[in-house]
Write a protein that binds this ligand. Structure first.
Ligand code: HT7
Ligand code: ZN
Length: 878
């Protein structure tokens, strides 16, 4: 397969100004007529007078140049992925009309035009438009689109595309037509079409300039009662973007369609977002609090793309983080403002530190602006999205909120309507603030997670604290030597009595509660003055940079920070690091066959947390939650999944035994019958209650088993019901099967709830999980063609059940490789997402390494292998 390089970028040879599309719909044979108004790109230096359009799986019917001359075989050449027209006008604009047919029913890859539960819909990012018609399928070709759709009135009563509806009417043979016009220039990856039997929920939003916007959410009829939260979220997002970024919506209509078969979360097509049902549908009895929060976040994310992605798009796909990193940062801030800032930051960092850091340390590590790819779909990664957002966040930290806003204003002003680069974004920040960000730009080009070393020296006579920070970044594939990065390290100081110590850097600086240390050199000292005693340093507050601090704090100091750090992130993190220290000791004990005795300091620290009173109960729950097995995996040189699991269980059990009373009291205090309101208070009460329940389930006690069963049977909302089911499925509970069967019967008509049913079983640490997962593959509700089902069974087992997936006999690996090979032929995008669980093979013992490697080799030698799967499997073996 061909590798595409950033360094080879050249401007397009031709431009397309206007696209007139017409679709005559049929499930197996849709006819597409595309009329392109084009011209030679004056900026292109190529002397080639032919025109190459991309296209895949298309049946070409005819090609007409300038309305009248139909081209013959000798005028063009068709290849499996292109149409080359040998000669087109060079001096003036021309019109090219192409007619082709496509087969949406045969499209199991869910890219281009495909069928989902009888509905026709599109997915064009990144390169799906070429599966609809021949085109210049690249993001720097921006055109205005008019789309006419013709379809049967019964099968396709609703016909949607981008922009505003400009016409429609009846046709013979029970057919009808609708025309849509999108006045904004856009790349073809933002094109969308939806047709089907859909119902609509409608609302309105008045923008800051007084424009009235119609908001519509289209779903299948039985889901009409689950759109309320998505609609509210959309209105909140629209208001937030006006308040925080001064950005207003531009069309008269904003449509969202929910589909059951979708490769990712959602897609920001101009004026017509298409969403995975998972990120739209919610009712308190069917969706958990986490689902509600995710829906708000994803609705916000896609809405924010209207400016960061659509009005200003990417020049090429290497610049993906330009729109994704920035938009993730925007959605994180939106959720932080809407819910709890402290909790949101912790959740985001948790994901970054467990999953993105692993990606950055493995064979698939790449910069947030990659410089080469075989299949661009493989680069919708945690690095491009989440680390990309951290890079934008660092700019926000370095420039301050006001400086960042000046920079974003200039970015929107300079580049509206353009396809630009990450560099253009940084330049706008630079110009607007009069700063030099040249070193900061390295974050875009350098892969890997920097390690920041810390050494401190207190001079009692001088009353100074000297903090020496250093940085180094381990090599990553293709990048051995790394250069120092520009790292903002937000730092505060705490006196030994727990009060904040003021930070004064140098003699003349004003004292502040915290400072941003700008680490730019390999090693750099910062001197704080005016300190009466040696303070405790609170470093990297709010996780101000995506780095690993190399700090070996004594457990007493961590316990101190857990009690006193005013920074909510660092306070939580101190508890996490303390637990990691204790668990690391237990992991070693387990490996040595020693008894697992939990350090009382940890129990004491957790007791103190329990004894305090907390306003934010969700934050309180996070303080009470132990680091995950995946996070512990990241801390080990050679991963021992069994030792990690048993050490963590031992700590959870010890906490449950020794803190039983306060945990019980808390559980009972919040065990109210709540209907599932989505407000911070109710969410917090459910969260702390369910955290307590999962601790109490560690006790081998009938009353605890009874509590979980009772909660399962009486829960009025999905958060409580699923929390109880999870506890039951994760322990030897006598009612396990009965609950699973009851849950299935209750929810068999709600696909998203059945996804939870599959996932809960796939993630269970109980013996026999592998056999159950294997059995579930044959369950009538399992469908390998549905990505949500694949993720809930195969994804959950391989990515969230380390104990069983990494069983020493290799059965988990074999199971996954078999599924990947099967999926490879059906849906390469989903197949390649599953490869991730095998790519970290170097982190395991020799036996597991050999077995994982053997499965990767089996995958690579599959006879017909997609570019998607090949790229990840081959690169991880290299
Ligand atoms: N911009 C979108 C990324 C995307 C995608 C979405 C759905 C299906 C396939 C896809 N390929 C790429 C989603 C986003 O980041 O908002
Ligand atoms: Zn996005």
């Amino acid at each position: 397969p061909r590798t595409v390089y950033l360094k080879d970028y050249t401007v397009p040879e031709y431009l397309i100004h206007n696209v007139d599309l017409s679709f005559t719909l049929d499930e197996k044979n849709t006819r597409v007529v595309s009329r392109l108004t084009m011209c030679r790109n004056p900026a292109s230096r190529s002397s080639d007078t032919s025109l190459t359009l991309t296209g895949e799986n298309l049946k070409l019917v005819r090609v007409v140049l300038n309305e009248d001359s139909e081209l013959g075989d000798k005028d063009y050449l068709q290849t499996p992925d292109s149409l080359i027209i040998h000669e087109v006008p060079q001096q003036r604009s021309f019109v090219l009309t192409i007619e082709n047919t496509i087969d949406p029913k045969a499209n199991t890859a869910l890219e281009g035009l495909y069928l989902s539960n009888g509905m026709l819909c599109t997915q064009c990012e990144a390169e799906g438009f070429r599966k609809i018609t021949y085109f210049l399928d690249r993001p720097d070709v921006m055109a205005t689109f008019t789309t006419t759709i013709v379809g049967d009135k019964d099968r396709f009563p609703v016909l949607l595309s981008n922009g505003n509806r400009v016409g429609g009417g009846d046709l013979p043979d029970n057919r009808h037509w609708v025309s849509w016009k999108d006045p904004f220039k856009k790349p073809c990856y933002l094109f969308a079409l939806v047709a089907g039997r859909l119902e609509c929920v409608e609302d309105r939003f008045t923008t800051m300039s007084g424009r009235d916007i119609a908001l519509q959410i289209f779903v299948e009829k039985h889901d009409l009662d689950k759109c309320d939260h998505a609609m509210q979220s959309l209105k909140h997002a629209m208001a937030w973007d006006e308040q925080v970024y001064g950005r207003e919506y531009d069309l008269d209509l904003y449509m969202i369609v929910a589909v059951g078969h979708f490769n990712m979360g959602a897609m920001e097509n101009k004026g017509l977002n298409i969403f995975n049902t998972k990120f739209v549908l919610a009712r308190p009895d069917t969706a958990t609090d986490a689902d509600y929060e995710n829906i708000e976040g994803v609705i916000g994310h896609e809405y924010f793309h209207n400016w960061t992605g659509n009005r200003i798009t990417c020049r090429d796909w290497f610049q993906l983080s330009l729109k994704e990193g920035f938009t993730v940062f925007r959605d994180q801030e939106f959720t932080g403002d809407r819910t709890s800032r402290a909790v949101k930051r912790i959740e985001d960092v948790n994901m970054l530190r467990t999953r993105q850091f692993a990606e950055d340390a493995g064979p698939l590590a790449h910069p947030i602006r990659p410089d080469a790819y075989i299949e661009i779909n493989n680069f919708y990664t945690l690095t491009v999205y989440e680390k990309g957002a951290e890079v934008v966040r660092m700019l926000h930290t370095l420039l301050g909120a006001a400086g960042f806003r000046k920079g974003s204003d200039l970015y929107f002003e300079r580049h509206d309507g353009q396809a630009v680069t990450c560099d253009d974004f940084v330049s706008a920040m630079e110009t607007a603030n009069g700063v030099d960000l040249s070193q900061f730009r390295r974050w875009y080009a350098q892969a890997g997670t920097p390690v920041v070393g810390v050494a401190q020296h207190f001079d009692a006579a001088q009353k100074t604290l000297s903090l020496t920070l250093s940085q180094h970044c381990p090599p990553t594939p293709g990048q051995t030597a790394k250069e120092p990065l520009h790292i903002p390290v937000v730092t505060g100081l705490i006196n030994r009595d727990g009060s904040p110590a003021l930070c004064r850097l140098g003699e003349n600086e004003a004292a502040a509660e915290q400072v941003v240390l700008e680490l730019t050199q390999a090693k750099q000292a910062f001197v704080f003055s005016g300190l009466e005693e040696e303070p405790v340093v609170s470093l990297l507050r709010g996780f101000s940079a995506p780095v690993k601090p190399a700090l070996n704090r004594p457990p007493e100091e961590l316990a101190f920070l857990l009690s006193h750090d005013p920074d909510t992130f660092n306070r939580w993190d101190a508890g996490q690091q303390l637990a990691v220290q204790v668990m690391s000791g237990l992991i070693a004990d387990y490996r040595n066959g020693a008894k697992l005795a939990v350090n009382p300091l940890l129990i004491d620290a957790y007791r103190k947390v329990l004894e305090q009173s907390w306003d934010d109960l969700s934050y309180f729950s996070l303080l009470m939650t132990l680091p995950s097995e995946l996070y512990l995996t990241e801390q080990m040189r050679v991963v021992d999944v069994e030792a990690i699991h048993h050490a963590r269980e031992a700590v959870a059990r010890a906490l449950a035994e020794q803190l039983r009373e306060p945990l019980e009291t808390l559980y009972l205090r919040y065990h109210r019958d709540e209907s599932g309101r989505f407000d911070a208070g109710a969410i917090g009460r459910r969260r702390i209650k369910n955290t307590c329940l999962s601790y109490l389930a560690q006790l081998d006690a009938d009353w605890a088993r009874h509590w979980s069963l009772q909660q399962f049977n009486t829960a009025k909302n999905m958060t409580d019901q699923l929390a109880a089911l999870t506890v039951i499925v994760n322990h030897p509970h006598p009612a396990r099967q009965q609950c699973l069967d009851g849950f299935y019967r209750q929810w068999r008509h709600e696909a998203l709830v059945i996804d939870k049913w599959f996932a809960a079983q796939a993630m269970s640490p109980m013996p026999g999980t592998y056999e159950r997962v294997l059995g579930l593959l044959g369950h009538p509700a399992f469908d390998i063609r549905n990505p949500n089902r694949v993720r809930s069974l195969i994804g959950a087992f391989s990515q969230s059940n380390p104990l069983h997936f990494h069983a020493a006999d290799g059965q988990g690996y074999r199971f996954l490789a078999d599924r990947i090979i099967e999926l490879n032929g059906l849906n390469p995008q989903v197949a390649s997402r599953m490869v991730g669980a095998l790519t970290s093979w170097r982190r395991y013992d020799e036996n597991r390494q050999n077995r994982m490697k053997a499965e990767l080799e089996r995958i690579v030698s599959t006879e017909v292998i997609s570019k998607d799967v090949y790229e990840l499997a081959a690169k991880s073996l290299a």
